[in-house]
Design a protein. Structure first.
Ligand code: AMP
Ligand code: MG
Length: 486
């Protein structure tokens, strides 16, 4: 079926330039579609008419069951290391790239669906998704965007009217999302494994053109591409760490070339500060624990470097040496991004020496960990101590002498409370609130979801009446567990 004019124009650049990585496929019909949530500001940014998207043709577009003329929906092939073990063939088992969309701003973005039915990459999976996890991606990615963290964006969630069988029967849904692209480290691993250097080169050229165009003019464009990805990921993971975000499943197929956060599965925001924090029910060894994220990002980038080796130099030894040197840029970039971010969170002026900031931040994290202090509340409350009232901060600690000593050292450096309020969120998608909202939505009540969305999309702006969105989880919420691939 095609959409009546004025039709949306979707390019098929990925499918055209990389047919070896693209399998033309169609979405499954939905028995009883119902639009649950539409991101109107994002639709406008993309030049799409929200009223049209709400209509029957629009909803079919958001489900992939109506395809604009000229578009070629594809399932993308990729490989990946999952929890350290290599899978040569993953790919979109339940997702489709509808095509690339160019907005009024001239930027090209992928329009992509998740939960649109089985594809030849589905292996044992049913190709479907449930309402809860798709709304979870919607709210968490919206929160990340509002926090200024690069991320794929949620455009809409449509309930399909189909039942999805997990541990219990659940209502099915399709998420429509928008991303700079869906190129992943795993895309390069797949291209490399074809053994065809031409495919790998075309993929790298496509990535350079779409994301890192400056690399094209470098002496070694493919090394420059690698360095650009290293820089983007170092900056991204530093942002995650500063806000307490735990991705939960940093497999190489879930790490983008663009530097956007992708695939909100078992992710969660950390409650009590602890580097060992793990929420994912399948992460038994804690591989993707909060504190491991920078090292895992670096490990994934080493896999990207391996995939790129044939493009780096004809002499393999030389290629390895170049890759190792460029990968060495990850740590200093990460450290700088993190300490700059920590300086901002602590409200410290540029004149304070970076080593002083790093020492102060390190000492603080030791105290937060020792007293199991809630990460988000602590940093937001700290601004009141900068304004002269230390009591709200003291209430979060057991060891009062230790925190008093730290606050005195910090205050002597002249922190700026208003600047702190602009970088330390008051509202994040707290785990207990996300669970409540998704449970209600699964039962047909979208109200708690919409209210949570409203709170987290203006995360720095404290508003009366939203106190429960700023409060820590109740004691009886217990240890939080999240699930993947649902
Ligand atoms: P993830 O780590 O959740 O991003 O997914 C890893 C792989 O599993 C990807 O290749 C997905 O397409 C596939 N996958 C996850 N859930 C399903 C499902 N319900 N049906 C088919 N494939 C799935
Ligand atoms: Mg994935």
């Amino acid at each position: 079926m095609t959409i009546a004019p004025p039709a949306l124009s979707l390019d098929n650049r990925f499918a055209r330039e990389l047919p070896e990585l693209a399998l033309a496929w169609r979405a499954e019909e939905a028995p009883d579609p119902r639009l649950l949530v539409l991101n109107e500001p994002l639709a406008a940014e993309l030049g799409l008419d929200p009223a049209r998207l709400r209509g029957p043709d629009g909803v079919r577009l958001l489900l992939g069951t109506a395809v604009p003329d000229g578009a070629t929906p594809v399932a993308q092939a990729y490989a990946g290391h999952q929890f350290g073990g290599y899978s040569p063939r993953l790919g979109d088992g339940r997702a489709l790239l509808l095509g690339e969309l160019t907005g009024p701003d001239g930027r090209s973005r992928d329009l992509h669906l998740k939960g649109s039915g089985r594809t030849p990459f589905a292996r044992g999976g049913d190709g479907l998704a449930a309402v809860g996890p798709m709304l979870r991606e919607y709210v968490v990615s919206q929160a990340m965007h509002a926090l200024g963290i690069p991320t794929t964006r949620a455009l809409a969630v449509v309930a399909t009217g189909r039942t999805v069988h997990r541990e219990t029967p659940l209502p099915g849904a399709v998420l429509a999302r928008v991303a700079a692209s869906h190129l992943r480290v795993g895309s390069f691993q797949y291209a490399r494994a074809t053994g065809d250097t031409d495919v790998l080169r075309r993929l790298a050229d496509h990535a350079i053109a779409r994301h890192h165009p400056a690399a094209a003019g470098a002496e070694r464009p493919y090394l420059a591409l690698f360095e650009a990805v290293v820089a983007a990921q170092a900056a991204l993971v530093a942002r995650w760490m500063l806000v307490g975000f735990v991705h939960g499943v940093m497999n190489t197929d879930n790490m983008t070339i663009s530097g956007e956060t992708i695939d909100y599965g078992p992710c969660a925001f950390m409650e009590a500060y602890d580097p060992a924090t793990v929420y994912s029910s399948i992460d038994h060894g804690g591989r993707y624990a909060y504190g491991n994220q920078p090292a895992i990002a670096e490990w994934n980038l080493a896999r990207l470097a391996e995939a790129l080796l044939p493009l780096l130099d004809d002499d393999q030894e030389r290629a390895v040496a170049l890759a190792v040197e460029s990968l060495g840029g990850f740590r200093p970039r990460y450290d700088t991004a993190w300490s700059d971010g920590m300086r901002a969170k602590l409200g410290l002026p540029g004149a304070v020496d970076a080593t002083v900031v790093a020492t102060l931040a390190g000492d603080l994290l030791t105290l937060l960990r020792a007293d199991h202090v809630e990460h988000t509340s602590f940093f937001r409350t700290l601004a009141t101590a900068a304004r002269g009232a230390a009591e709200p901060v003291r209430r979060l600690f057991v060891d009062l002498a230790a925190i008093d000593g730290w606050v005195a050292r910090w205050r002597a450096l002249g922190p700026d409370a208003d600047a702190m309020d602009r970088v330390n969120p008051v509202y994040i998608p707290r785990n207990h609130l996300v669970e409540q909202a998704l449970a209600a939505a699964t039962d047909g009540d979208l109200d708690p979801f919409e209210r949570l969305l409203e709170a987290v999309t203006a995360p720095y702006d404290e508003r009366p009446g939203l106190e429960r969105y700023a409060a820590a989880a109740p004691e009886d919420f217990g240890a939080y567990r999240t699930f993947c691939g649902t």
